[in-house]
Design a protein around this ligand. Structure first.
Ligand SMILES: Nc1nc2c(ncn2[C@@H]2O[C@H](COP(=O)(O)OP(=O)(O)OP(=O)(O)O)[C@@H](O)[C@H]2O)c(=O)[nH]1
Ligand SMILES: [Mg+2]
Length: 168
């Protein structure tokens, strides 16, 4: 099972809808905050993948879902640098959680960091975001690889990379 988490309003729901169906989302599509959990089923090459999004509003109970998780997608809003430090703190608490360590999510390159809303971000904000998330320090501390993808639910940027990563 794939778990999708990230701060409130970071763009998880819209991104997963876009991943599910590239025609579904355009610049007029909106999403409402996820109350609790949302399930997205994805069929790729006749295989079913289930992605479970947990709303940012219930971040304190994300860890309840860590037990049987195979992969984690962490979504950050690149256009909102004010929110990014908070996103980084949350990310750190996720990465060091014993259940995820136990689930070996971190030992097998199963952690995807999605920098989304790139359609409303500047190219340089990617680097700014990674700096603010303290990625270098994080990578050193957890000794594991985190894959980073730039994405947008509006333009579909990153969609193929995300699908490929889910299938791996
Ligand atoms: N410009 C732009 N806006 C986006 C993008 N993704 C999401 N949004 C907008 O950001 C807002 C929040 O998006 P959601 O997908 O609901 O965010 P979420 O992470 O699921 O939020 P919670 O469920 O509350 O945790 C909505 O108004 C979306 O329309 C994107 O790639 N580009
Ligand atoms: Mg949502």
């Amino acid at each position: 099972m794939v778990l999708c988490i990230g701060p409130e309003g970071s763009g998880k729901t819209l991104l997963l809808r876009k991943v599910q169906n590239s025609d579904y989302v355009d610049k007029n599509t909106t999403a409402v905050p996820t109350v609790g959990v949302d399930i997205f089923n994805l069929i790729i090459e006749n295989k079913l993948y289930t992605i479970r999004e947990i709303g940012g509003a219930v971040a304190p109970i994300w860890s309840k879902y860590f037990a049987n998780v195979g992969k984690v997608i962490y979504v950050v809003d690149t256009s909102n640098l004010c929110q990014i430090s908070a996103a980084g703190v949350l990310l750190f608490t996720v990465l060091v959680h014993p259940l995820l360590q136990k689930a070996k999510v971190l030992t097998m390159d199963q952690f995807l960091l999605v920098l989304t809303k790139m359609d409303v971000s500047y190219r340089q904000m990617r680097n700014e975001a990674l700096l603010m998330l303290q990625m270098k320090r994080l990578q050193n501390e957890i000794h594991q690889k985190i894959t980073v993808v730039e994405a947008s639910a509006i333009t579909g940027q990153g969609r193929n990379e995300i699908i490929k990563w889910i299938m791996e």
